[in-house]
Design a protein around this ligand. Structure first.
Ligand code: PRX
Length: 607
């Protein structure tokens, strides 16, 4: 993906040229839509975009959400407990597929009861409203029931990606002053490694833990919930009370805690209806881990708010297993990511045809640019277009999407949803004309917008510093038809295989290695993963560069941070370019890497 930091007119023939793709879209996609309609003569939940966009307002959506007296609410009540009274009590809420492909089915009643037990147990441990309770689990049923339990008692759920290493955990648990964490025996050693640095952490709960091995203030999940009642009243929350706290990377500093509130559920609900197009008979699979925002919002709250059956798969990616799963569970709606789709494309067409994917009626993708050729390939092998959509941890819900009722322009993220005003602006916040590149911004007012950066007002205010727009940090352009086209990040944030990684975090982990004295990290374009992480490092005095050493540095970073966040490439330098205050100039590192002109580097820049 070309990175452009100045607004320039898109040229014809550019991959992002509307003309080139529109022509393509007209034959490929209309054919796909025709097949789709033939196969499933059901209408999309949102049938008329223009009309809905012109008339919709978020207050109208409140009628789809359950409130308690006095305008109080609880997102978990909406996602789970209300289905005990609307005919879905015995419907499968979760198909949990473990690493051995064993399927466990949990109904909405099961989820309600198990989360009630856990909610009661948490309360007994002293978890109060507003306390941070983190979930550090792989995709097992307890990940879901525990997250719901935390929300039910009004505590703040902190999802953690199970691949995180000790450094990544420490940053998040320290900053949030986490009180309780729920993990399992396989992941616990990563926590044990930093336990002494977490004075606020009171309790550790271990799913499937051995009672004999529990230390001080440690409990097994099973012993905690065993005597608990399966009845619990959901806490009556103010809609603006926090629901979950998810850390995400920026360009400077450690990850920031993005705070979302119970009111978000309105946005989760409406977008799951419009964009995911979920209906009651759907079996829906979101491939994202709930440690990321997609897995929390569209793997738990959104689809359950609509009462859909959700598939969770603990196993690793491989084309055969994924297609088998779709076939076996007759998945109808499938929400995945461009890197996964590119890997599936690489795995070839034969493996697709080995399985029956006839159940699938809607495919979506998010998290990074979706190449037009992947959309075309999907059309060929799945017989369906792939619907790209755009949003972020901070936006809390999809904002721009290719809706089932609109034609797709492959390569475009689609149009803003009803109730969302998105625009492309210049440095001063002025909207630029169609075809011009600029900053992608959104007018505040959608229900799931971040409410706070955890205890960091300055960082929160940075999002809104120009003319009251919410600045996404992405560069984009809009075409004459109102479709948005992603161009790149406006900052140094790296997007590798859909994982958002802050260069600062990787640099910090690198310099913890005894042989590394300086590190600068950038995203390097990569065909499969979108970007890979590349590190430029300076070695300590007398340290000799060897392949073994570089391998060791990679492994070290992987262990400390996470498997997705280590540098796949490392280049050793004598020194790194820095600003006057000593900040590494990633801009120059990127220019080196891409062979771009670096300008005059003899004089150092100010920050
Ligand atoms: O750069 C954009 C990219 O992912 C960023 C948000 O990352 P995160 O907060 O981790 O949330 C990802 C999933 C919602 C964005 O700023 N991104 C997201 N969707 C797209 C995208 N880039 C291109 N096309 C998309 N559809």
């Amino acid at each position: 993906m070309k990175l452009v930091d100045k607004p320039v007119k898109a040229k014809k023939g550019d991959t992002a040229s509307p003309k080139a793709v529109e022509e393509d879209a007209s034959n490929k996609v209309s054919q796909g839509r025709a097949e789709l309609i033939k196969k499933f003569p059901v209408r999309a939940n949102l049938e008329n975009y223009e009309q809905e966009y012109a008339t919709f307002n978020w207050d109208d959506a409140k009628k789809e959400i359950s409130y308690f007296a006095g305008g109080k609410m609880n997102a978990a009540y909406n996602a789970v407990d209300r289905h005990l009274h609307d005919g879905r009590r015995n419907k499968v809420a979760l198909y949990s597929v473990d690493v051995n492909n064993k399927i466990e089915k949990l109904t909405f009643q099961d989820i309600a009861e198990q989360s009630n037990k856990m909610g009661n147990a948490l309360k007994k441990l002293g978890a109060h409203r507003g306390d941070r309770v983190f979930v550090f689990l792989p995709r097992v049923p307890e990940l879901y029931t525990t997250t719901v339990a935390i929300a039910k008692i009004g505590a703040i759920a902190g999802p953690l990606f199970s691949a995180f290493g000790p450094d990544a955990l420490r940053d998040r648990l320290i900053d949030s002053e986490a009180k309780i964490i729920i993990t399992n025996p396989a992941l616990k050693p990563k926590l044990d490694a930093i336990r002494g640095q977490l004075p606020d952490l009171e309790y550790v709960i271990v799913v499937g833990g051995d009672k004999e091995k529990m230390g001080e203030r440690e409990f097994t999940y099973e012993e905690l919930v065993s005597g608990e009642s399966d009845k619990l009243e959901c806490a009556r929350m103010d809609p603006e009370d926090p629901l979950y706290l998810l850390y995400t990377s920026g360009t400077t500093g450690k990850p920031k805690g993005v705070v979302h509130v119970h009111h978000d559920i309105i946005g989760h609900h409406m977008t799951s209806k419009w964009v995911l197009d979920l209906r009651d008979d759907d079996t829906y699979w979101c491939t994202a881990d709930p440690g990321w925002v997609t897995g929390t919002v569209y793997g738990i709250f959104g689809p359950w708010s609509l009462g859909a059956s959700v598939v969770s798969y603990e196993g690793r990616f491989d084309a055969d297993s994924w297609y088998s799963l779709i076939d076996r569970l007759k998945v109808t709606v499938w929400y995945t990511a461009p890197t996964a789709l590119r890997m599936l494309m690489k795995a070839g067409d034969d493996v697709v045809y080995k399985h029956s994917l006839d159940s699938v009626r809607h495919i979506l993708s998010v998290g990074e640019p979706l190449n037009p050729e992947v959309v075309r390939w999907g059309q060929k092998v799945y017989g369906l277009p792939i619907h790209d959509n755009w949003w972020q941890t901070e936006t809390g819900m999809q904002l721009i999407a290719n809706l089932p009722c609109n034609a797709i322009k492959p390569g475009s993220m689609g149009k803003p949803l009803p109730g969302v005003y998105a625009a492309v602006v210049d440095e001063d916040g002025e909207e630029v004309e169609p075809g011009k590149l600029g900053k992608l911004v959104v007018r505040p007012g959608w229900p799931a917008m971040l409410r706070e950066v955890w205890r960091n007002e300055e960082k929160f205010n940075e999002y809104f510093k120009i003319s009251g727009w919410y600045f996404s940090g992405d560069n984009a352009w809009k075409d004459e038809d109102g479709y948005f086209w992603f161009v790149g990040r406006a900052d140094d944030v790296i997007n590798t295989a859909g994982h958002r990684v802050g260069p600062f975090e990787v640099e910090s982990a690198l310099i913890e290695h005894p042989s590394v004295t300086e590190a600068g990290v950038i995203g390097k374009p990569d065909k499969e993963r979108g970007e890979i992480i590349k590190a430029f490092i300076v070695l300590g005095n007398g340290v000799v560069q060897t392949d073994e050493l570089l391998e060791d540095i990679k492994e070290f970073t992987k262990r400390q941070l996470a498997a997705h966040a280590y540098p796949r490439e490392i280049e050793v330098k004598e020194s790194l370019p820095k600003t006057r205050s000593g900040k590494i100039m990633r801009r120059l590192l990127k220019a080196w890497e891409l062979g771009l002109p670096t300008g005059d580097t003899s004089s150092l820049e100010d920050d």
